[in-house]
Design a protein around this ligand. Structure first.
Ligand code: MG
Ligand code: MG
Length: 257
């Protein structure tokens, strides 16, 4: 069932979204060559607790992971793209880091992901990140009342292909609200004009992710961390948005993003 949210409920999701955006920015500023991934995780745990927020990841136990997730961040470095398990790893100059975080405040969730390079970037990594960000903005731009969910998917896939990247269809965006994952699924490729009709009050997490030279993935033995099948670098950009009568509203916007 898809629950349309009132303006007041969207406003409550925006409160969570603002904190998610601020904390993602803060974490990207803490991340630097020489910083351990577990320091980022512990920094986030502290800030989440101080704010009185709940992590939607903590104790999350979907079919694919081995055991419940016991972290507040997904930290995916280089060829890791989704669900990266925070672990004892010291960031190096040039690493491509994706931070994904979903929190709830007073029962309303927001989910956002951000990719960036620590230190000196490889221009091809910057282009990959740019492609996910442009695809995300295109998807958001297509999230209009009266349109179809396929409009969002087609917009994302079109941008990815225009950059020369393949699109994997296994993981994509989702409805969000009282919980992190709700219906509908928002595929990262598809056909405009197809699928569910978009209505004001629909709240979605839109999240293109791309690998440089493959559209295939593989899983680590932990069942969580998902990597590009060929070891090439990856990027992931995600915002929580609301479809409103006035157009799409981004609830997790960060300064500059
Ligand atoms: Mg996410
Ligand atoms: Mg998500």
């Amino acid at each position: 069932m898809i629950e349309l949210k009132s303006a007041e409920e969207i406003g409550r999701m925006a409160v969570t979204g603002q904190f998610v955006g601020e904390l993602l920015t803060e974490l990207s500023e803490v991340a630097a060559a020489g910083v351990n991934l577990m320091d980022l995780e512990h920094h986030a745990r502290r800030r989440v607790e101080e704010r009185g927020a709940d992590s939607c990841y903590w104790d999350y136990a979907p079919s694919f992971g081995r055991g419940p997730f016991r972290n507040v961040l997904c930290l995916s470095v280089n060829d890791a793209v989704l669900h990266g398990l925070p672990h004892d790893y010291v960031l190096r100059d040039g690493d491509l880091v994706s931070i994904d975080m979903a929190l709830a405040i007073d029962g309303w969730a927001a989910d956002s992901a951000y990719s960036f390079v620590v230190g000196t970037p490889d221009p091809e990594d910057l282009e990959l990140i740019e492609a996910t960000e442009v695809a995300l903005e295109a998807g958001i731009g297509a999230a209009r009342a009266g349109g179809r969910i396929g409009d969002i998917s087609a917009a994302i896939g079109g941008v990815a292909r225009s950059y020369g990247y393949g699109v994997n269809g296994e993981f994509g965006g989702h409805g969000i609200g009282r919980t992190m994952h709700e219906a509908p699924h928002v595929a990262n490729d598809g056909r405009a004009g197809r699928g569910m009709k978009l209505e004001a009050g629909l709240t979605l997490a839109i999240e293109p992710w791309l690998c440089r030279t493959t559209d295939k993935i593989r899983y680590d033995a932990d069942g969580w961390t998902i990597r590009s099948a060929d070891g090439s670098r990856t990027a992931h950009s995600e915002h929580t948005i609301a479809v409103t009568a006035e157009g799409p509203r981004v609830l997790t916007r960060r300064a500059g993003n």
